[in-house]
Design a protein around this ligand. Structure first.
Ligand code: GLA
Length: 730
């Protein structure tokens, strides 16, 4: 898949669908030549014009006035040799100098994909699945190397990139900036797509035309955050859900990130992604290597759905490691919105009893089971059961749950500490913060400094004790604030390294626990989807998508999330009406239809439902169990976007054999005398007959796909939905 053309000095990475090409210019500089649909030839360097332009600098010599880095399309560039665009790295050398010059030194092509130490990462099962190109650049004067890693997989439209900094100098070097990737396009005729939002409003799809200048999406909140996903896509302005070119870049990392998109004076576009330099300054000691996180770059010619399906497939197969990655996920009941902190054994037993009757398979005990936790002011850090609420202990509750035929799950927030806790009284210096300065609280809590091994060890051991005493099948791992005052009270760690060391420390704990407890189903959470990133996905196959459980809001949130995240990772719960976050009332049917488009769960007091509603819940669960394989692991296609502001949304799921599909349509606001929507179904076999559940009619696949069907004209009222099963028949 990877070939180096010696004569023309071109690297060609190609599989059946995509090509990525890099050339070596002037024996030294790495130029970006191409990323996109597969190209046949790999001998052509591209005919990028080399012409002199005023105010260009000439790094080769005065004779070669035409060659200037600022006019080249580059792979990974500093800004000290006359490339005046956004730099990929910034190195501070021990003598105080910043100027560097990295030239091509050599390369290696290897089968498979080498492991990245201590970081979440995509992987191969066999070496035949992928090849990796490692290109070494060297600054000979400073004795520092940069290694650019590119992996191409045979079965995906994906290139995975990361970067290493190797210090061969006898002195330390300091990285002020060390991005994972950078890539230039020859034009700027793109729309930029990002997913940004806020708590309870995660991952809104934002699309706008690119303009001259630098556009940035980033996090300065310690972790990836609710506010931006570490993802950008550049798309052709005509790209739709089903057609057109898309270039996606997604970072496999949970800390602060930055993505820069720069359109330069010649309307060329640079796209970059990596660790945010904002709180980052890393010492690479003599002989050491700094490894950046990796980015997953997808090219698709089949629109946004094409890109998403590629991300879903790739993450599902080559990133998520859990033993549950391909298993049907259990229907759960979570007590949070049912009881909040106000529960006792009796209430929980009643909820579990009712859940068992409904067909629920997993009971999750949320916040409030430990220390003296009656509200959010206390006890984080003290992971011992609260006996007044649970006189028979967690073990008693776990046994009760198991006896009812349900699995037992438990909530933790391991990285946090309350001032009112035994752990804080013992170790007030274990919190994240600047020396001799007060740290800000948020939700009455501080963040534990996970860059420190003694802190990690303490929390790990507390969790180990609970896990060895109590049979636990599922854990929800929460993180309920942003980080501020990012410094350490530990004199041995430099402030510029805290955050990345924190994230590496978190990864170490997750690696340990998930290895020690492979049978536990892990779900990540951060006030809902504040840390819903590929880094966490590597360790935990599920995420609580959002604290907003309102079915109408969930259409936006799940639609946006599905751009990059597989459906099997998306927690979606039916909650009470009126909804607790937005006060909206929606029928049980539509609440079910929204939640059934993810990992179905319930988060309400089932005992308070009317008997009709209880029947409805039972039916939903029964239906979902029959169809969840299709929903969780089928091919997901978005059909109508709720972001188009027409108060509608639709999506569908199709199995691999194309014999079964389910389509959901949602109407959030009724419109008098409305126009009709002829919905074109996707992903069926044209010559196969299919039976439609809503009208009992049979159609050929081509009729459904090319002509479409009318399914929503009989919906009357706000917040209505419809589900159609599409089944192949003879
Ligand atoms: C966060 C989670 C919720 C719940 C609460 C408990 O907000 O997202 O689901 O677990 O914490 O405090």
């Amino acid at each position: 898949m990877i070939h180096f053309n010696e004569k023309n000095r071109v690297f060609n990475l190609s599989n059946a669908d995509i090509s990525y090409q890099i050339s070596i210019e002037e024996q030294r500089f790495l130029a970006h030549r191409y990323f996109g649909k597969k190209l046949r030839g790999d001998t052509f360097r591209g005919d990028y014009p080399i012409i002199g332009r005023a105010f260009g600098t000439n790094p080769i010599d005065a004779e070669q006035r035409a060659f200037s880095l600022n006019h080249q399309l580059l792979e990974y560039s500093g800004n000290d040799n006359g490339d005046f665009r956004e730099s990929s790295y910034q190195i501070n050398f021990s003598d105080g100098s910043y100027v560097s010059q990295f030239n091509y030194k050599g390369h290696e092509i290897i089968d498979g994909k080498p492991d990245l130490d201590g970081l979440p990462q995509s992987f191969t099962e066999t070496d035949e699945q992928a090849q990796t190109l490692k290109i070494t650049l060297e600054d000979a004067a400073n004795k520092v190397q940069i290694i650019l890693n590119y992996t191409i997989f045979s079965d995906y439209g994906v290139i995975v990139r990361s970067t290493e900094f190797v210090n061969l100098n006898s002195e330390s070097i300091f990285l002020d900036k060390a991005l994972s990737m950078s890539m230039d396009f020859s034009h700027s005729k793109f729309d930029l797509i990002q997913l940004s939002g806020s708590w309870a409003r995660e991952r809104e799809l934002i699309r706008h035309k690119l303009n001259r200048g630098v556009t940035k999406a980033d996090s300065k909140r310690g972790t990836t955050s609710h506010n931006y996903q570490p993802f950008v896509a550049l798309v052709d302005p005509d790209t739709t859900e089903h057609t057109g070119e898309v270039f996606g870049v997604h970072l496999v990392y949970t800390g602060e990130f930055v993505s820069n998109i720069e359109v330069d004076e010649y309307n060329q576009t640079r796209v970059q992604m990596g660790i945010n330099p904002e709180h980052f300054n890393w010492e690479v000691k003599s002989g050491e290597v700094f490894q950046t996180p990796e980015t997953v770059m997808v090219y698709s010619a089949d629109g946004l759905n094409g890109m998403s399906q590629e991300y879903h497939r790739f993450y599902q197969n080559q990133l998520i490691r859990s033993k549950y990655k391909k298993e049907e996920r259990p229907v759960l009941i979570n007590n949070w919105e049912a009881t909040y902190f106000d529960f006792n054994e009796e209430k929980l037993h009643a909820l579990i009893d009712e859940a068992a009757l409904s067909g629920v398979e997993l009971f999750v005990l949320d916040d409030g089971w430990f220390g003296k936790r009656d509200d959010d002011t206390t006890s984080l850090g003290d992971w011992k059961e609260y006996k007044e609420k649970l006189p028979n202990g967690l073990k008693g509750l776990s046994d009760y749950t198991h006896n009812k035929g349900l699995k037992f799950g438990l909530w933790f927030e391991p990285e946090m500490i309350s001032e009112d806790s035994d752990l804080y009284r013992e170790h007030p210096d274990w919190i994240l913060g600047a020396k001799n300065r007060q740290s800000s609280v948020s939700r009455n809590q501080y963040v534990l400094d996970f860059s420190r091994s003694e802190v990690r060890e303490n929390v790990l051991n507390q969790m180990r004790t609970v896990l060895s005493d109590v049979p636990i099948d599922y854990i929800k791992w929460d993180f309920n604030r942003n980080m501020s005052e990012i410094g350490s009270r530990n004199a041995s760690v430099r402030d510029g390294e805290i955050l990345h060391r924190y994230i590496l420390g978190l990864y170490e704990v997750l690696e340990t626990l998930t290895t020690e407890h492979p049978d536990i189903l892990w779900e990540s959470c951060s006030g809902g989807g504040g840390r819903y990133d590929p880094g966490m996905l590597y360790y935990m196959p599920q995420t609580w998508t959002s604290d907003n459980t309102d079915a109408a809001s969930r259409l936006d949130i799940q639609y946006g999330t599905s751009l990059v995240m597989p459906i099997s990772s998306m927690g979606a719960h039916v909650s009470a009406t009126p909804n607790h976050q937005v006060g909206r009332s929606i029928s049980m049917e539509m609440r079910g239809h929204a939640a059934m488009a993810g990992n179905l769960g319930y988060e309400l007091d089932l005992t308070e439902l009317s008997s009709d509603e209880k029947f409805e819940v039972k039916d939903q669960i029964e239906w979902y169990k029959k169809h969840r394989k299709l929903i969780q692991y089928g091919r997901f296609s978005r059909l109508i976007s709720p972001f188009d502001k027409n108060h509608k949304a639709a999506w569908m799921f199709t199995n691999e054999e194309q014999t079964q599909a389910v389509l959901f349509f949602y109407q959030t606001m009724a419109r008098a005398n409305d126009s009709f929507d002829q919905i074109r179904v996707v992903g069926l076999k044209p010559d196969q007959k299919y039976l439609l559940s809503h009208n009992g009619e049979t159609y050929y696949g081509d009729e459904l796909m090319y002509r479409g069907i009318y399914i929503n004209h009989d919906l009357h009222g706000d917040y209505q939905s419809k589900m159609v099963e599409i089944t192949a028949v003879d």
